[in-house]
Every structure is written in C-alpha cells, then in structure tokens.
Design a protein around this ligand. Structure first.
Ligand SMILES: Nc1ncnc2c1ncn2[C@@H]1O[C@H](COP(=O)(O)OP(=O)(O)OP(=O)(O)O)[C@@H](O)[C@H]1O
Ligand SMILES: O=P(O)(O)OC[C@H]1O[C@H](OP(=O)(O)OP(=O)(O)O)[C@H](O)[C@@H]1O
Length: 212
C-alpha cells in the first residue's frame, strides 16, 4: 500500500513557523527545504512529499485529495468552508479578523460598502449583525479602500496593528481569532490513519510544549 504522506505547505508568512514545528517534531527535512523554488519536494527518508502552495489554496489541494494533509490559516478555512477535517490548532501565525475604518465615522445608511479579501466571512458577520451591506472583494492593500472612498469599512487581518495605525484607521470590531491549523482529507484520514495520527501526536507534543 502507498504510505507516502503528501503535505501541502503554505508559502509565505506561515511557512517558516510551520517548518520549525515539523523540525521540532523530529522530522528529518533537508536544509534546502528552506531555500528552494521547487514546488514539490520529496523527502524519501521520511516517506513524505511536500507541495508548496499559496496559503489560500492549501485547503483546495487537501479537499481534492492531491495532498493528504495541509497547514492552513483559520481565516482561509472560515472563508472557503472546504470539505476537510481540522485536526490540530498549531498555534502559529496568530492574528485576527477585524472590522476597521476611518475613526469617528458611521456606516452609510444606504447600502454601506465593505471591502475585503474575505467576502464570505464579512457577509456572514454583517448578516449576523442584521446589517445589509455591499461587499467589495479586493485582493490586497485592503486598508486603501476607506482612505480613497471605496468603502465605509474593511474586514481584514490584523496582526501587529501597524498597517491600521500607519494609515490612520481604527478597529471597530474583532471578529475572529486566527491561527494556523493542520487539516486532513477525510479519505486520506481513513486510509493513512496511522501515519496521520503519528503526525498529529508528534506535532501536538511540540505545540503543547511551546505554549507552556
Ligand atoms: N499580518 C498578517 N497578514 C496576513 N496574514 C497573516 C498575518 N499574520 C498571519 N497571517 C496568516 O498568514 C496567511 C497569509 O499568508 P501570506 O500573507 O504569506 O499569504 P497571502 O495572503 O497569499 O499573501 P500575498 O498575497 O501577499 O502573497 C493568512 O491566511 C493568515 O492565516
Ligand atoms: O497588523 P499588521 O501587522 O500591520 O498586519 C496586517 C496587514 O498584513 C496583511 O497585509 P499583507 O502584508 O499580507 O499585504 P496585502 O495587503 O497585500 O495582503 C493584512 O491584510 C493587513 O494589511
């Protein structure tokens, strides 16, 4: 039986912290792992394959089963609602989703506009608040929207808060705390349960040691 475990890793911000967790969990990963442009890396010694994906796409690879497991931000999981199981909170890349805008401004009464990279999360939040808004999807530099008059509010990630401060914006509501999660394809979890449970056990030991 094919036991090789395919792991979808997020490129960018989360990558370094995720790699550090795997190394601390005792996985023997080659040094070039850290500094490679290759998108598929086979680690024969561990019988593992790593694929490097955009953070927003990790759950897509896992849902389709081309990766057995993956590491994805809770923000992406909330936004995409993919058919994957969340196995472990890795407690890395912590940040939160918040509503922000120009200080001392009320939302426009008629069809207030909300700009965001997270249209589903934003729509659900304002629906729960009983507020009808128009969602405007952007792909980055979200803080620009209220400054330039495109939107009354934004829904975006806040980490240090520096981007809000430097652009003269304030936070109105904190919506959800975000950390990265270990996710699994439901079929892989049945077929490769032993290997996946071992990964979870090893990672959860590191995660619990880190928070102590
Ligand atoms: N300050 C932050 N801003 C954005 N994402 C953050 C932040 N801190 C932690 N994260 C986590 O990192 C993930 C995004 O990583 P990253 O910014 O590398 O990808 P990206 O959004 O595709 O970026 P880009 O489009 O700039 O390449 C988010 O899903 C979130 O879980
Ligand atoms: O609270 P802070 O520490 O300032 O971090 C938050 C900022 O970081 C992210 O943007 P990113 O740098 O990924 O650029 P982007 O706007 O192009 O997505 C996020 O969208 C915020 O703009």
């Amino acid at each position: 039986m094919n036991t090789k475990l395919t792991i979808a890793m997020p490129k960018g911000r989360i990558f370094e912290e995720a790699l550090e967790l795997l190394l601390k969990a005792g996985y023997n990963l080659p040094p070039e792992f850290d500094d490679s442009r290759k998108l598929i890396l086979d680690v024969e010694a561990e019988d593992m394959r790593f694929i490097l994906a955009k953070p927003m796409d990790v759950a897509t690879y896992v849902e389709h089963g081309v990766a057995d497991v993956g590491i994805a931000g809770k923000d992406v999981l909330l936004e995409e609602e993919r058919d994957v199981y969340e196995l472990l909170d890795l407690r890395i890349s912590a940040c939160y989703l918040a509503v922000a805008g120009l200080p001392g401004t009320a939302m426009n009464d008629v069809a207030p506009k909300v700009a965001t990279k997270y249209p589903n999360v934003a729509a659900a939040y304002f629906r729960e608040q009983g507020e009808q808004v128009e969602i405007i999807k952007l792909n980055g530099s979200i803080e620009l929207a209220p400054l330039i008059g495109l939107a009354d509010r934004i829904v975006d990630i806040v980490s240090t808060g520096r981007t809000l401060v430097e652009n003269g914006l304030v936070e109105y509501e904190r919506i959800k705390d975000v950390t990265s999660r270990l996710i699994v394809n439901p079929v892989s979890y049945r077929i490769k349960d032993e290997r996946i449970n071992e990964l979870v056990t090893r990672l959860s030991t590191v995660v619990s040691l880190e928070v102590k």
